[in-house]
Design a protein around this ligand. Sequence first.
Ligand SMILES: Nc1ncnc2c1ncn2[C@@H]1O[C@H](COP(=O)(O)OP(=O)(O)O)[C@@H](O)[C@H]1O
Ligand SMILES: [Mg+2]
Length: 256
Amino acid sequence: MTATVDAPPDQLTPVRFHQVGKAFGSGRKAVVALDGVDLEVGAGEFVCLLGASGCGKTTLLNLVAGLDRPTSGRIELNSSRPAVVFQEAALMPWLTAAGNVELPLRMAGVPKAQRRAKAAELLELVRLAGLGDKRPHELSGGMRQRVALARALASTTDSADAGKPSLLLMDEPFSALDAITRDVLQGELLRIWRATGTAILFVTHDVREAVRLGQRVVLLSSRPGRVVQEWDVDDAPDAVDEINTALRKVISSHAA
Ligand SMILES: Nc1ncnc2c1ncn2[C@@H]1O[C@H](COP(=O)(O)OP(=O)(O)O)[C@@H](O)[C@H]1O
Ligand SMILES: [Mg+2]
């Protein structure tokens, strides 16, 4: 199935996979995590990548983030350097919330006054205005994920890559949170996505989350992960049942 992308014609596609494969190790002991993956995320598009545990979702994100390299195929990246939000916020415990958000700007050489202002603006965007001087241990899990999101947005907006579409990678960012906080943050993420226009590739094993957040849901098979099916879910909230059935099918076909 081909991806439909509603990008303005002058916008490049942030990322496109061409038959991407990834194996860890070699010979008989090799673990093939991904095989022949074709996937693209259009400018400003919100894509949810859905799959069972161990099917290669994190591996795929790591390839986009440049943390690892494919063993076959090609990844075309037209985005500014993608930032990743992980399941755990992974904040620097010795830095304040504002300090954490400023970190990627500092590394990009953004002058102090400018990065202060940018961090304040991003903390406001994630509704943490006034909490910039708190350290991670003083914040709740949900608040720490808000800081992680602000930090990721800071690193996708650095001026060196101006003009390129931005891309945010999220690896099951809400799965360690309680159900109520998760629900709130899903809503917040949608608001922030609409406000920033960044493209998002969001990994989850939760069908409801994928359908609520994504414009498009891409189902990966069990390992080796490849794209099994895609759904345009913008106007199809009742796709949950159908996608659940498909997910169960790919899981059971690999059950030992
Ligand atoms: N660095 C690595 N070395 C060897 N095997 C790995 C490595 N990273 C991931 N794998 C294997 O690749 C498969 C996919 O892992 P992963 O991408 O983490 O899955 P998911 O995120 O979908 O749960 C798993 O079988 C995992 O054990
Ligand atoms: Mg994972």
